[in-house]
Design a protein around this ligand. Structure first.
Ligand code: DQA
Length: 144
């Protein structure tokens, strides 16, 4: 099953308005369009979701197990403090790749730690919208 769920966390719906030096100028829909193009070219299916709430993100991850081969997750600011999302990722039987538009390690101290990353398959950070494409390429090569 080459079907991947993309989950974007809080404030990522505001891309385009958020500081461009970190997040670029594309809106979330424009980023999703680029991901969709890559997926189509590579015979993959992608579904997109965005939520500003921690509980909803947890529900999405829990439910994804049955329907998807993998998850690409940008937890936004929850990256840095959500033990609840971490516990969820650790408990589901599906690979989660954490992505960030910005390079967390070149930013404020409080962004340099990922609470969620340690239970993910891996983290891709700093490549703008291409972070999502790189993650999708991982799932393509893994043939999930
Ligand atoms: C982000 C980085 C987080 O620190 C921030 O809170 C975000 C976006 C990124 O994609 O670079 O909302 O996850």
């Amino acid at each position: 099953m080459r079907r991947i769920l993309i989950i974007n966390g809080p404030n990522l719906n505001l891309l385009g308005k958020r500081p461009k030096e970190f997040y670029g100028k594309l809106t979330l829909s424009e980023i999703n369009e680029k991901i969709r193009e890559f997926a189509k070219l590579n015979n993959m299916e992608v579904d997109f979701s965005q939520s500003n709430s921690e509980g909803e993100i947890i529900d999405l991850i829990q439910k994804a197990e049955e329907r998807y081969g993998g998850i690409i997750l940008n937890p936004g600011a929850y990256t840095h403090y959500s033990i609840a999302i971490r516990d969820c990722i650790e408990s589901v039987d599906i690979d989660v790749v954490e992505v960030h538009l910005s390079n967390l390690f070149s930013r404020e101290n409080y962004r340099q730690k990922s609470i969620t990353g340690g239970v993910c398959k891996g983290i891709i950070s700093g490549f703008g919208y291409r972070s999502y494409i790189l993650a999708l390429n991982y799932f393509k090569e893994e043939e999930v």
